[in-house]
Design a protein around this ligand. Structure first.
Ligand code: TRP
Length: 336
Protein backbone atom coordinates (compact mmCIF):
# COMPACT_ATOMS: atom_id res chain seq x y z
CA UNK A 1 0.00 0.00 0.00
CA UNK A 2 1.67 3.29 -0.97
CA UNK A 3 1.27 6.34 1.22
CA UNK A 4 -0.69 8.38 -1.29
CA UNK A 5 -3.30 5.71 -1.60
CA UNK A 6 -3.43 5.49 2.16
CA UNK A 7 -3.95 9.24 2.57
CA UNK A 8 -7.05 9.26 0.45
CA UNK A 9 -9.73 7.96 2.76
CA UNK A 10 -10.36 8.72 6.39
CA UNK A 11 -11.66 5.98 8.64
CA UNK A 12 -12.97 6.69 12.13
CA UNK A 13 -13.84 4.41 14.99
CA UNK A 14 -14.10 4.53 18.76
CA UNK A 15 -14.70 2.28 21.72
CA UNK A 16 -16.01 3.21 25.12
CA UNK A 17 -13.79 2.53 28.11
CA UNK A 18 -16.66 0.88 29.95
CA UNK A 19 -17.07 -2.81 30.60
CA UNK A 20 -14.47 -5.40 29.78
CA UNK A 21 -13.78 -6.14 26.15
CA UNK A 22 -14.58 -9.64 24.97
CA UNK A 23 -13.09 -11.89 22.34
CA UNK A 24 -16.03 -10.75 20.21
CA UNK A 25 -14.75 -7.16 20.34
CA UNK A 26 -11.31 -8.46 19.46
CA UNK A 27 -12.37 -10.43 16.39
CA UNK A 28 -15.10 -8.02 15.32
CA UNK A 29 -13.37 -4.71 15.93
CA UNK A 30 -9.84 -4.42 17.25
CA UNK A 31 -8.27 -7.00 14.98
CA UNK A 32 -9.79 -5.31 11.96
CA UNK A 33 -8.58 -1.93 13.09
CA UNK A 34 -5.07 -3.27 13.01
CA UNK A 35 -5.48 -4.19 9.37
CA UNK A 36 -7.30 -1.00 8.41
CA UNK A 37 -4.59 1.28 9.81
CA UNK A 38 -2.42 0.30 6.85
CA UNK A 39 -5.11 1.03 4.28
CA UNK A 40 -6.65 4.29 5.42
CA UNK A 41 -5.93 7.40 7.41
CA UNK A 42 -7.32 6.13 10.68
CA UNK A 43 -8.53 7.92 13.77
CA UNK A 44 -9.17 5.63 16.72
CA UNK A 45 -10.67 7.16 19.83
CA UNK A 46 -11.34 6.06 23.36
CA UNK A 47 -14.81 7.45 23.85
CA UNK A 48 -14.76 8.50 27.49
CA UNK A 49 -17.30 11.27 26.90
CA UNK A 50 -19.76 8.67 25.68
CA UNK A 51 -18.96 6.44 28.63
CA UNK A 52 -20.17 8.98 31.21
CA UNK A 53 -23.71 8.84 29.82
CA UNK A 54 -24.06 5.98 32.28
CA UNK A 55 -22.58 6.30 35.77
CA UNK A 56 -18.85 5.65 36.00
CA UNK A 57 -16.60 5.46 39.00
CA UNK A 58 -14.05 8.25 38.27
CA UNK A 59 -10.91 6.33 39.25
CA UNK A 60 -12.12 3.33 37.32
CA UNK A 61 -12.91 5.37 34.21
CA UNK A 62 -9.39 6.75 34.22
CA UNK A 63 -7.87 3.31 34.75
CA UNK A 64 -9.95 1.72 32.00
CA UNK A 65 -9.05 4.50 29.58
CA UNK A 66 -5.37 3.77 29.99
CA UNK A 67 -5.93 0.01 29.94
CA UNK A 68 -7.78 0.31 26.68
CA UNK A 69 -5.02 2.39 25.11
CA UNK A 70 -2.46 -0.19 26.21
CA UNK A 71 -4.64 -3.00 24.93
CA UNK A 72 -5.01 -1.43 21.49
CA UNK A 73 -1.28 -1.04 21.17
CA UNK A 74 -0.71 -4.56 22.50
CA UNK A 75 -3.09 -5.87 19.82
CA UNK A 76 -1.05 -4.21 17.10
CA UNK A 77 -2.48 -0.72 16.75
CA UNK A 78 0.59 1.28 15.82
CA UNK A 79 0.50 4.90 17.02
CA UNK A 80 2.85 5.77 14.17
CA UNK A 81 0.35 4.45 11.63
CA UNK A 82 -2.83 6.01 12.99
CA UNK A 83 -4.11 8.61 15.42
CA UNK A 84 -4.92 6.98 18.75
CA UNK A 85 -6.38 9.41 21.27
CA UNK A 86 -8.78 10.02 24.13
CA UNK A 87 -11.97 11.78 23.07
CA UNK A 88 -12.14 14.19 26.02
CA UNK A 89 -8.61 15.42 25.23
CA UNK A 90 -9.95 17.07 22.09
CA UNK A 91 -12.47 19.78 23.06
CA UNK A 92 -13.75 20.11 19.49
CA UNK A 93 -15.95 17.04 20.03
CA UNK A 94 -18.05 18.79 22.64
CA UNK A 95 -17.99 22.03 20.66
CA UNK A 96 -19.25 20.51 17.44
CA UNK A 97 -21.81 18.41 19.29
CA UNK A 98 -23.32 21.63 20.65
CA UNK A 99 -23.74 23.07 17.16
CA UNK A 100 -25.15 19.82 15.78
CA UNK A 101 -27.65 19.74 18.63
CA UNK A 102 -29.34 22.72 17.06
CA UNK A 103 -29.93 20.70 13.88
CA UNK A 104 -31.22 17.62 15.65
CA UNK A 105 -34.79 17.12 16.75
CA UNK A 106 -35.82 15.85 20.16
CA UNK A 107 -38.29 13.49 18.53
CA UNK A 108 -35.69 11.73 16.44
CA UNK A 109 -33.42 11.23 19.44
CA UNK A 110 -36.31 9.81 21.46
CA UNK A 111 -36.89 7.25 18.75
CA UNK A 112 -33.33 5.89 18.73
CA UNK A 113 -33.27 2.19 19.63
CA UNK A 114 -30.23 2.39 21.88
CA UNK A 115 -31.66 5.36 23.78
CA UNK A 116 -34.87 3.46 24.39
CA UNK A 117 -32.97 0.34 25.50
CA UNK A 118 -30.63 2.20 27.82
CA UNK A 119 -33.46 4.30 29.27
CA UNK A 120 -35.33 1.12 30.09
CA UNK A 121 -32.21 -0.35 31.66
CA UNK A 122 -31.35 2.74 33.75
CA UNK A 123 -34.73 4.38 34.44
CA UNK A 124 -33.19 6.28 37.35
CA UNK A 125 -30.66 7.99 35.10
CA UNK A 126 -32.22 9.02 31.81
CA UNK A 127 -29.94 12.02 31.48
CA UNK A 128 -29.63 14.50 28.60
CA UNK A 129 -26.25 13.06 27.69
CA UNK A 130 -27.78 9.67 27.09
CA UNK A 131 -30.28 11.20 24.73
CA UNK A 132 -27.57 13.27 23.08
CA UNK A 133 -25.25 10.31 22.64
CA UNK A 134 -25.86 10.01 18.87
CA UNK A 135 -25.15 13.71 18.33
CA UNK A 136 -21.80 13.43 20.09
CA UNK A 137 -21.08 10.42 17.92
CA UNK A 138 -21.99 12.45 14.84
CA UNK A 139 -19.56 15.13 16.01
CA UNK A 140 -16.81 12.51 16.43
CA UNK A 141 -17.26 11.28 12.92
CA UNK A 142 -17.88 14.56 11.10
CA UNK A 143 -14.98 16.45 12.69
CA UNK A 144 -12.47 14.35 10.78
CA UNK A 145 -14.22 14.52 7.39
CA UNK A 146 -14.59 10.78 7.71
CA UNK A 147 -15.31 8.61 4.69
CA UNK A 148 -15.70 5.28 6.43
CA UNK A 149 -16.96 4.09 9.78
CA UNK A 150 -16.64 0.38 10.55
CA UNK A 151 -19.80 -0.23 12.52
CA UNK A 152 -21.59 -3.27 13.75
CA UNK A 153 -25.31 -3.67 13.45
CA UNK A 154 -25.95 -2.03 16.86
CA UNK A 155 -24.36 1.24 15.72
CA UNK A 156 -25.90 1.33 12.24
CA UNK A 157 -28.73 3.62 13.32
CA UNK A 158 -26.24 6.06 14.83
CA UNK A 159 -24.37 6.24 11.56
CA UNK A 160 -27.63 6.87 9.70
CA UNK A 161 -28.47 9.82 11.94
CA UNK A 162 -24.91 11.12 11.51
CA UNK A 163 -25.45 11.17 7.76
CA UNK A 164 -28.84 12.88 8.17
CA UNK A 165 -27.39 15.59 10.40
CA UNK A 166 -24.45 16.16 8.04
CA UNK A 167 -26.72 16.46 5.02
CA UNK A 168 -29.00 18.81 6.93
CA UNK A 169 -26.04 21.03 7.85
CA UNK A 170 -24.68 21.04 4.31
CA UNK A 171 -28.08 21.93 2.90
CA UNK A 172 -28.54 24.81 5.28
CA UNK A 173 -25.02 26.27 5.38
CA UNK A 174 -23.30 24.94 2.26
CA UNK A 175 -20.89 22.05 1.73
CA UNK A 176 -19.05 21.53 4.99
CA UNK A 177 -19.07 17.88 5.97
CA UNK A 178 -18.16 14.82 4.03
CA UNK A 179 -20.98 12.27 4.24
CA UNK A 180 -19.62 9.13 5.90
CA UNK A 181 -20.45 5.59 4.94
CA UNK A 182 -20.48 2.37 6.88
CA UNK A 183 -17.55 0.09 6.28
CA UNK A 184 -18.58 -3.52 6.32
CA UNK A 185 -15.76 -5.71 7.43
CA UNK A 186 -15.85 -8.95 5.51
CA UNK A 187 -13.63 -10.96 7.77
CA UNK A 188 -14.37 -11.80 11.36
CA UNK A 189 -17.22 -14.08 12.26
CA UNK A 190 -19.82 -12.87 14.69
CA UNK A 191 -19.10 -14.38 18.07
CA UNK A 192 -22.04 -15.33 20.25
CA UNK A 193 -22.54 -15.93 23.95
CA UNK A 194 -21.17 -19.23 25.27
CA UNK A 195 -24.32 -19.68 27.35
CA UNK A 196 -26.91 -18.40 24.91
CA UNK A 197 -25.35 -19.00 21.49
CA UNK A 198 -28.23 -17.42 19.58
CA UNK A 199 -27.24 -14.02 20.94
CA UNK A 200 -24.15 -11.90 20.52
CA UNK A 201 -21.41 -12.14 23.13
CA UNK A 202 -21.68 -8.95 25.14
CA UNK A 203 -19.29 -7.09 27.40
CA UNK A 204 -22.16 -6.30 29.75
CA UNK A 205 -23.62 -9.81 30.09
CA UNK A 206 -24.61 -10.57 33.65
CA UNK A 207 -23.70 -14.25 33.38
CA UNK A 208 -19.90 -14.38 33.82
CA UNK A 209 -19.68 -17.65 31.88
CA UNK A 210 -21.33 -16.16 28.81
CA UNK A 211 -18.43 -14.01 27.69
CA UNK A 212 -14.71 -14.56 27.42
CA UNK A 213 -12.89 -11.35 28.29
CA UNK A 214 -9.60 -10.28 26.83
CA UNK A 215 -8.37 -9.94 30.42
CA UNK A 216 -9.28 -13.50 31.42
CA UNK A 217 -6.42 -15.75 32.47
CA UNK A 218 -5.83 -19.16 30.97
CA UNK A 219 -7.67 -21.14 33.65
CA UNK A 220 -10.71 -18.91 33.42
CA UNK A 221 -10.75 -19.20 29.65
CA UNK A 222 -10.51 -23.00 29.75
CA UNK A 223 -13.23 -23.20 32.37
CA UNK A 224 -15.62 -20.98 30.43
CA UNK A 225 -15.18 -23.04 27.28
CA UNK A 226 -15.61 -26.25 29.24
CA UNK A 227 -18.97 -24.92 30.42
CA UNK A 228 -20.04 -23.63 27.02
CA UNK A 229 -23.48 -24.74 25.91
CA UNK A 230 -23.45 -27.36 23.14
CA UNK A 231 -26.01 -30.11 22.50
CA UNK A 232 -26.38 -33.84 23.03
CA UNK A 233 -25.33 -34.91 19.56
CA UNK A 234 -21.55 -34.92 20.15
CA UNK A 235 -20.65 -34.17 16.51
CA UNK A 236 -18.39 -31.22 15.80
CA UNK A 237 -20.08 -29.72 12.76
CA UNK A 238 -21.56 -26.32 11.99
CA UNK A 239 -25.31 -26.47 11.48
CA UNK A 240 -28.31 -24.26 12.02
CA UNK A 241 -29.73 -26.53 14.70
CA UNK A 242 -26.36 -26.62 16.50
CA UNK A 243 -25.82 -22.97 17.49
CA UNK A 244 -23.50 -23.76 20.40
CA UNK A 245 -21.14 -25.95 18.41
CA UNK A 246 -21.28 -23.60 15.43
CA UNK A 247 -20.31 -20.69 17.65
CA UNK A 248 -17.36 -22.63 19.09
CA UNK A 249 -16.25 -23.56 15.57
CA UNK A 250 -16.45 -19.89 14.59
CA UNK A 251 -14.33 -18.92 17.56
CA UNK A 252 -11.82 -21.67 16.86
CA UNK A 253 -11.51 -20.78 13.17
CA UNK A 254 -11.16 -17.04 13.94
CA UNK A 255 -8.41 -17.59 16.46
CA UNK A 256 -6.65 -20.36 14.60
CA UNK A 257 -6.88 -18.60 11.26
CA UNK A 258 -8.47 -21.54 9.49
CA UNK A 259 -11.80 -22.16 7.81
CA UNK A 260 -14.82 -23.77 9.45
CA UNK A 261 -14.44 -26.75 7.09
CA UNK A 262 -10.83 -27.25 8.18
CA UNK A 263 -11.85 -27.05 11.81
CA UNK A 264 -14.65 -29.57 11.29
CA UNK A 265 -12.19 -31.93 9.68
CA UNK A 266 -9.72 -31.54 12.52
CA UNK A 267 -12.34 -32.55 15.09
CA UNK A 268 -13.99 -35.24 13.05
CA UNK A 269 -14.55 -38.21 15.34
CA UNK A 270 -13.56 -36.27 18.47
CA UNK A 271 -15.94 -35.55 21.33
CA UNK A 272 -17.05 -32.20 22.71
CA UNK A 273 -14.65 -32.46 25.66
CA UNK A 274 -11.55 -32.51 23.44
CA UNK A 275 -13.04 -29.91 21.14
CA UNK A 276 -13.83 -27.42 23.89
CA UNK A 277 -10.39 -27.85 25.40
CA UNK A 278 -8.78 -27.15 22.02
CA UNK A 279 -10.90 -24.03 21.50
CA UNK A 280 -10.00 -22.76 24.97
CA UNK A 281 -6.29 -23.42 24.48
CA UNK A 282 -6.25 -21.75 21.10
CA UNK A 283 -7.92 -18.62 22.46
CA UNK A 284 -5.67 -18.57 25.53
CA UNK A 285 -2.56 -18.92 23.34
CA UNK A 286 -3.56 -15.91 21.25
CA UNK A 287 -4.43 -13.76 24.27
CA UNK A 288 -1.39 -14.57 26.43
CA UNK A 289 1.17 -12.47 24.52
CA UNK A 290 -1.34 -9.61 24.15
CA UNK A 291 -1.96 -9.58 27.89
CA UNK A 292 1.76 -9.66 28.62
CA UNK A 293 2.39 -6.76 26.27
CA UNK A 294 -0.52 -4.78 27.73
CA UNK A 295 0.93 -5.26 31.19
CA UNK A 296 4.35 -4.14 30.07
CA UNK A 297 2.88 -1.01 28.47
CA UNK A 298 0.80 -0.19 31.55
CA UNK A 299 3.98 -0.19 33.59
CA UNK A 300 5.33 2.52 31.28
CA UNK A 301 2.93 5.38 31.95
CA UNK A 302 5.27 7.95 30.41
CA UNK A 303 5.21 6.12 27.09
CA UNK A 304 1.41 5.89 27.10
CA UNK A 305 1.07 9.55 28.03
CA UNK A 306 3.37 10.43 25.14
CA UNK A 307 1.42 8.37 22.64
CA UNK A 308 -1.95 9.72 23.76
CA UNK A 309 -0.59 13.27 23.94
CA UNK A 310 0.66 13.11 20.36
CA UNK A 311 -2.59 11.46 19.28
CA UNK A 312 -4.63 14.23 20.86
CA UNK A 313 -2.48 16.89 19.17
CA UNK A 314 -2.94 15.29 15.79
CA UNK A 315 -6.66 14.90 16.29
CA UNK A 316 -6.92 18.45 17.62
CA UNK A 317 -5.32 19.86 14.49
CA UNK A 318 -7.58 17.92 12.14
CA UNK A 319 -10.69 18.67 14.18
CA UNK A 320 -9.92 22.39 14.43
CA UNK A 321 -9.98 22.74 10.66
CA UNK A 322 -13.53 21.43 10.47
CA UNK A 323 -14.71 23.30 13.55
CA UNK A 324 -13.37 26.64 12.28
CA UNK A 325 -15.21 26.11 9.05
CA UNK A 326 -18.41 25.28 10.92
CA UNK A 327 -18.13 28.34 13.16
CA UNK A 328 -17.59 30.57 10.14
CA UNK A 329 -20.54 29.12 8.28
CA UNK A 330 -22.98 29.48 11.14
CA UNK A 331 -22.01 33.10 11.73
CA UNK A 332 -20.00 32.97 14.95
CA UNK A 333 -17.80 36.04 15.35
CA UNK A 334 -14.19 34.99 14.79
CA UNK A 335 -12.44 38.29 15.50
CA UNK A 336 -11.87 39.21 11.89
N1 TRP B 1 -20.96 4.31 20.33
C1 TRP B 1 -19.88 3.46 19.92
C2 TRP B 1 -19.99 2.10 20.63
O1 TRP B 1 -20.46 2.04 21.75
C3 TRP B 1 -18.54 4.08 20.23
C4 TRP B 1 -18.34 5.32 19.44
C5 TRP B 1 -18.30 6.60 19.91
C6 TRP B 1 -18.13 5.37 18.03
N2 TRP B 1 -18.08 7.45 18.87
C7 TRP B 1 -17.97 6.74 17.72
C8 TRP B 1 -18.06 4.40 17.02
C9 TRP B 1 -17.75 7.15 16.38
C10 TRP B 1 -17.84 4.80 15.70
C11 TRP B 1 -17.70 6.18 15.40
O2 TRP B 1 -19.57 1.12 20.07
Amino acid sequence: MNMEEKQEKVLYSAVQPSGNLTIGNYVGAIRNWVKLQHEFTCFYAIADMHAITVRQEPAELRRRTLELAALYIACGIDPEQCTLYVQSNVPAHAELAWVLNTLTYVGEMERMTQFKDKSAKHPENVNMGLMDYPVLMAADILLYQTDLVPVGIDQRQHLEITRDIAIRFNNRYGETFRIPEGYIVKEGAKINSLQDPLHKMSKSDENPNASVYLADDRDTILRKFRRAVTDSDNRVIAAEDKPGVTNLLNIYASFKGCTIAEAEKEFDGKGYGDFKLAVGETVADVLAPIQAEQKRLLADKAYLAGVLGRGAENAFRAARRTLSKVYRKIGFYRGE
